[in-house]
Ligand binder design. Sequence first.
Ligand code: 16G
Ligand code: MG
Length: 547
Amino acid sequence: DDETGFQEVLKQSGLHPKPAGLVLQYGTAGFRTNAKKLDHIMFRMGLLATLRSRKTKATIGVMVTASHNPEEDNGVKLIDPMGEMVTPTWEGYATQLANAEQEDLLTALKDVIEKEAIDMSQEADVFVGKDTRSSSASLSQAVMDGVSALGGHSKDYGLVTTPQLHYMVCCQNTKGKYGDATVEGYYSKLYQAFIQLTKSVLNRTDDQKHLSVDGANGIGALKVREMEAHLKKELQISLFNDGSKGKLNHQCGADFVKVQQKPPTGVEMNPGERCCSFDGDADRIVYYFIDSEGQFHLLDGDKIATLISTFLKELLTQAGVDLKMGAVQTAYANGSSTRYLEDTMQVIVRCTKTGVKHLHHAAQEFDIGVYFEANGHGTVLFSKAAEEIIQHLAEDANINDERKRAARMLQNTINVINQTVGDAIADMLLIEAILAIKGMTIQQWDSIYSDLPNRQLKVKVADRRVIDTADAERRAVSPAGLQDAIDSLVKKYRKARSFVRPSGTEDVVRVYAEAETQESADDLAHKVSLAVYRLAGGVGGEPKQLL
Ligand code: 16G
Ligand code: MG
């Protein structure tokens, strides 16, 4: 009965004790901190996932990863039944469970059971995955200990990318409609769609089929290797930072490349060659190349969103279907990308707060919602109705070849993309297919629009919660005077824009500025940092002028 069950929880939790006084928050992307502090968190997330599974009568996912953070860190994210991020109320429960002292754990657990009226006799199933960090093996075992302590069943997928685990959960809960809930099922779904998309492109040279991939020394590298065999030379990958020697995310990976705006170490780059970087759990991707003068060009999430939106819009026109397409960005989206999408492409653009769940949610409002963060996390969502219309058309015997071809391409786009979450591997295949179909080089893609020069900085403050934002983080409503200060600084530069927000993953305030020249963007970012430092309780020395 229930009480015997709880005795088991009590006993097991003693093997995963919480350090007294330690307080952690379920942040933008779950818990994330030094791996040494996470054992009790993992056990408790195993408990919570089991409750969530009973509540939803569906399989829940738990992914052990700290994404782009250093190797010493780790983290955990919960995945809801359709493969989406766990719902906000349950993020709150996660924080409560995580922070209950050892002797209060049962009370905290029973509190969730009562609030959610959970039937403890219900079956519970939890899928568990992990990244390549050295701490991940024992931490994922702690998750499974939590699941079994509450009488749930866990299935260990072992080493998988974050998006692969999201995919598994969705497949399982749709009873195979989304695909087979196996790694093999994932590869076969994606590569078949990719081969279908590219098969009509004639005379592709080996140069055009070639792509250099920076695996960030993480799980993405392992999975690209596994996938490669399936691609039948239609995509020829040179894999760098495959984890055989380098350190995870160290001087490499999508986050490094985007923030530093420079190439990763360990990648051989020749002028004009396409390169891309994954992050540590392969849910982000950015592209880049060096030109003949040795200059580095970054194609970030905004450029990817533009490429995909353009492709989809053309297909919709060719197929002759009227579906409402929209693009979703955050305040970090380069102003040039927003202008291009709205003015040139005539696409509806929405701006949300930072964090995948916000973008995902907003994208669900459209028949076809393309969402990308500038940092390279993103995907495309198709409404059920849109999928049905497209499928119907692709099978319609009475339409002309052009319409049919476009409808089939839309169908294969649906299959190649991972609709549960941003997925570096799936995004890579779609981008490679689009470039092949359009016969476009990376330079041509890059020249669709020019990014405004920009700069990101961080400022340390005593308590970053003093900063409150509104309007999708584009305006600071507190502390008093900060937004006025930003406004008057922005006015001094051409094509300028700037905003500040408290980070959801690090104890800092982030500052973003863009302007017509790099000098202006740097200068504006610096001055705004000073305003934050002075008005929001800066600590340590004053932010210094960039050199
Ligand atoms: C997390 C988010 C990412 C966001 C980033 C912002 C998920 C899965 N990941 O990595 O979307 O861009 O946090 O970090 O939601 P920040 O709040 O420190 O700027
Ligand atoms: Mg990631």
